[in-house]
Ligand binder design. Structure first.
Ligand SMILES: [Zn+2]
Length: 570
């Protein structure tokens, strides 16, 4: 019954919608064209500006002036006259103004403290939309210009994403108007993707490794399977794949001059996937297992250098590398460089960038700690854990520097343990710090659970730890046999509503391909997610309303009718 219902829902959804827009490779963020003060005929400032020590916030306003204007320059001049003559300010209060055609005007200089949020002007960039957005909708050209301008400010000054806000977040005012205010989460999402992430608004990606039995070892059949998989992902609204380039077992899935190719392949899987994905407009990040070499037992490489290995019970070498194994870290960096130089990928993600569960000793880190601190780790166990966490962070930093040296627009991310305290305390994986200090562009938390309540807890803890400085994406465990399409839909909805969460990454493609229902749920989600985002945080929690929103009234009514026929409530 249940499967039949989902099949029908999926069918309805498939009939109701066409595929979404294609993803694009990350383009460098640059300063948008801005109409200068002399071009709009500004008066000089009336007095000396105070200067900003640093820039750490952007606040969106509206000018609350008429939406009917033929010459925006005249409106900007009138606002300047009003601010100078009636309010008695040095100059126009805002740093930038944007008209309905998306033209950006220079207000007071960025280095000067603005006059736009009483009590919170220092370090705060004021951007005003020209018009009244309590009454009118923001035009798409205006929204695009706002995204470009704020992206540049975030890129240039490292403004935390959570500090992109509206005037009414600070004071009791209608400004920037309800229609503009309703689009601020969308603004944060689009800026986050533009500067750090993937996709357009709410990121939708899937992890993909071609290691299971499902993937043919016969080349032409394998290529057919890959084409089919890419089409299915695109159909479901996925814009980005995270493709496994280096497995945890010590071999890789591309032609490397450094590491052995997976014994399953006699051709280059990554090369084919990148080319086909590009043709379909999908973006590709590679994911690389950083500190696992063999996983359960040392790989061939690690067996030749057992001194690098983390030791488990009875001092047994594990299939994991000590982050202080300098030679191995160099190997890892060269491997990553080889990938980003040879393949047209959008980013690199580190997986298993941590200690394994069951690690007992790290001989190399211990020796280094003794040498640098003059202490035995047993004399300062907490200090030693911190030291190891710093060694792991150093691996991330080295990989980040290498990738950005090839192309600064390439994304560097990490897949991490969802609970930040456990990640740091148990696995020496201090990802909240990596995010806050800009060591990575984004993190994906592996928040795999089929209990939506638990999933929401993971999200809340991760967002708190991230400070909403740079984006967190939520990993969804489609592979769990206990994950029903309903639970998955609830988790997707929770992620789309969570401030500080910028997208989802599904684990994994094999599971999505094996079952049609999750793909149906995914597709309806991807079609409705922008509406969901605009509806804002803390909106409807009702699944019926959710389906209405993502499917539209006609399809939802049909789904309800079918559900009634099946004598089950949706
Ligand atoms: Zn305002």
């Amino acid at each position: 019954m249940r499967a039949a219902r989902w099949l029908l829902l999926g069918l309805l959804v498939a009939l109701a919608f066409s595929p979404g827009p294609a993803a694009q490779a990350p383009q460098p963020v640059s300063k948008p064209r801005i109409v200068t003060r002399s071009e709009w005929g500004a008066r000089p400032p009336r007095c000396e500006f105070e200067s900003n020590p640093c820039i750490n916030a952007v606040t969106v306003h509206h000018t609350a002036t008429s939406n009917e204007y033929s010459d925006a320059r005249e409106v900007v001049r009138a606002i300047q006259r009003y601010h100078q003559d009636s309010r008695g300010w040095c100059d126009i209060g805002y740093h930038f103004l944007i008209d309905r055609d998306g033209v950006i005007y220079e207000g007071r200089p960025l280095w000067a403290v603005g006059a736009h949020v009483r009590g919170r002007n220092v370090g705060n960039v004021g951007v005003a939309l020209i018009g009244n957005y309590e009454e009118a909708q923001v035009s798409e050209r205006q929204m695009t210009a706002l995204v470009e301008l704020v992206s540049w400010l975030v890129k240039e000054y490292g403004v935390p994403l959570g500090n992109i806000r509206g005037h009414r977040d600070y004071a009791s005012t209608a400004c920037p108007g309800r229609h503009a205010y309703a689009r601020l989460r969308e603004l944060r999402l689009r800026v986050a993707q533009r500067v750090y992430g993937f996709g357009e608004v709410f990121g939708l990606a899937a992890w993909w490794g071609v290691y299971s039995e499902r993937w043919s070892s016969e080349r032409s059949e394998w290529e057919r399977q890959v084409d089919e998989a890419l089409r299915a992902l695109k159909e479901a609204g996925v814009t980005t794949v995270f493709f496994l380039a280096k497995g945890p077992w010590g071999y890789v899935y591309y032609n490397s001059s450094l590491a052995p190719l997976s014994p399953k392949y006699s051709w280059d899987p990554l090369d084919y996937v990148v080319r086909r994905a590009r043709e379909l407009g999908l973006s590709v990040h590679v994911y690389v297992n950083a500190l696992s070499e063999g996983e359960t037992k040392p790989s061939t490489l690690l067996a030749e250098h057992l001194e690098w290995a983390v030791r488990g019970e009875n001092d047994k070498p594990m299939g994991w590398v000590d982050p202080s194994a300098e030679e191995y870290v160099e190997y890892l960096v060269r491997l990553v460089l080889e990938i980003v130089r040879r393949y047209d990928v959008d980013g690199v993600q580190l997986d298993r960038i941590r200690l394994p569960a069951g690690a007992v000793r790290l001989p190399l880190s211990e020796a280094r700690f003794r040498e640098e601190r003059g202490l035995d780790p047993s004399q300062d166990p907490a200090g030693f854990r911190e030291y190891v966490a710093e060694r792991v962070s150093e691996v991330v930093r080295r990989v980040r520097d290498a990738v950005k040296s090839v192309n600064p627009s390439l994304r560097v991310s990490v897949a991490v343990m969802p609970d930040p305290a456990i990640a740091r305390g148990k696995y020496c994986q201090d990802w909240a710090r990596w995010l806050r200090e800009g060591l990575v562009d984004f993190v994906v938390i592996m928040s795999y659970t089929s209990f939506p309540a638990k999933f929401k807890e993971y999200l809340a803890a991760a967002v708190r730890a991230s400070g909403n400085v740079r984006p967190v994406y939520a990993g969804v465990g489609v592979h769990l046999s206990s994950m029903t399409p309903r639970a998955m839909a609830e988790e997707l909805e929770a992620a789309a509503r969570a401030e500080g969460v910028y997208g989802v990454v599904l684990f994994n493609v094999d599971s999505l391909l094996a079952r049609r229902e999750p793909r149906g749920a995914l597709r309806s989600f991807s079609e409705g997610v922008e509406a969901l985002v605009r509806q804002g945080v803390g909106g409807s929690e009702s699944p019926v309303k959710f389906w209405l929103l993502v499917m539209g009234p006609a399809a939802a009514a049909a789904a309800l009718a079918i559900a009634l026929l099946l004598r089950r409530r949706p």
